[in-house]
Design a protein around this ligand. Sequence first.
Ligand code: SF4
Ligand code: SF4
Ligand code: FES
Length: 573
Amino acid sequence: MIFNIEVNNKVLKAKRGDSILETLNQNGISVPTLCRMQSFPSSGACRLCVVEVEGKEDLVPACSHNVEEWMKIHTHSPRVINARRTIVELLLSSHPDDCLYCIRNKNCELQELADELGIRERKLPIVKKQVKKDPSSVSITREPDKCILCGRCIKVCRDWIGISTLDYIGKAMNTIVGPTFDNKLNISNCITCGQCIMVCPTGALHEKDDVNKVLLALQDPDKYVVVQISPTVSVSLAEEFNIRFGKELDELLVATLRRMGFNKVFKTAFAADIMLIQMAEELIDRMEKNERLPILSSNCPAFVKYIEQTYPDLIPNLSVIKSPQQIMGSLVKHHFAKDQKVKAEKIFSVSLMPCTAAKFEASREEFTHKGNSDIDVTLTTRELARMIRLYGLNIQQLAPEVSDTPFVIRTSASKIIGTSGGLAEALYRTLYYKLTGKQLINFKIAALRGNKKIKEYNSKIGNHKIGIAAVNGLSNAVELLDKIIEGKSAYQFIEVMACPGSCVNGGGQPIGSGQEAIKARIKTLYDIDEKESVKASYKNMAVTELFDKYIDKEKESFFQQFITSYQKRDVML
Ligand code: SF4
Ligand code: SF4
Ligand code: FES
């Protein structure tokens, strides 16, 4: 039912059931918010969204009160502005004054609010929180003294990821947000997905900053510094430089990285094609033997960690094929080093990833040999952007350059794996060819695209019934995983990506870009797939050439480098 209300002395239309905040936003009026998040019920924790409603004694939080007929609302009266200023001044009184050094400087919601509300001096005495930084995780750093207790990270970790690592701890003035028993993050059940970082309004949660390690390597004349670019980093970096959302910067990024001094620039997508070919063969092998089905995808390191710690009985179901990051890491330090006669110890291998969990993956001992890791440093899209700014490079003014051989060719299948359902769709293309010797007529599988929590595709290839599921966001996987344990799963392959939306919305991507940007990233990846003619990984000629080199000699050890193993993990709950 539609009715009239009055806002700031103007009559507006409102809909029964909508909150005051929704109604204001629909009418182009904005009020500040801090704890609220789209698609979550309001918690009313911050009270910054308060408005004055005539006839009500107290100010009312707009996010948790519904509109009523002929309400008379004042969104920016002196009383309201004073209340908001007091809330922010209180938050600032216990906030460290180190904005200049903070990783979120110039992209902090608290800083923006203080500015918007015209707070120019400290009015309340400083009440410093006595809480220490937690740098224990290789992916995520906690700085609890910067936490404003908005609770966003708690909701995301619990409801989107289904992990519940974080919660309120302590009481009253001593309340903090952290892992159970105030433990360190590295011994908690955190799967390092980084989604809590994406919603944190301040610098209380952020990626482990590894930029300096790369700078030092670039300045070291004894290092041969190699970098790989993930397929989704190149479609999300644009937002960091006010370039059109979703613009593919691939070749401009190659030019930028060369200006920084990287000796070789490779595309992770080449390794993604290898992963897809090897995974299709693994699936055929398991289907023929009727064992360890369904295969669970293993290219999301956060999901792999989740299986290791929460569903150890399903470890045998995980695909043993390494992620594209680690396949490329292995190719660089072994195949490339040998081919180019560069000592593996001299190579410093950097990966640019949309993901904080990729930092954890790179640190796994399976990928370290005699103290030498296949990947030395993983940088997120955000760290990459900071590095480009540090070098003073204008990415748009450079001329595009192609990446380096021999890992230069990729198919469009290797691009779409950054979307939810994209891995399953890309895998199916090679699976179909391997089972029939024929190419698919229609490559697009609409059932595996889009935003649904679980997408399904059932088909028959020859005598094989193929049931595929793609799970969008880890919390949606539980039911399917329980069914496997009960022996009731009808699928042959299940893709699980921990972050809702998959890598395009990974925990290392630009913060605050919003849904429009994420949609633009997805569109770019599918547009590339639509336009390009080589759509299936088995058609990557450079991969075929590489494989052919090893048909006889050293074949086994060559293919062994694409395979890994997993371990049961004990974590504090
Ligand atoms: S990184 Fe992911 S699992 Fe870890 S605390 Fe944050 S949201 Fe939870
Ligand atoms: S860590 Fe960040 S998101 Fe979590 S409660 Fe604190 S300020 Fe909010
Ligand atoms: S945004 Fe309404 S109470 Fe926080």
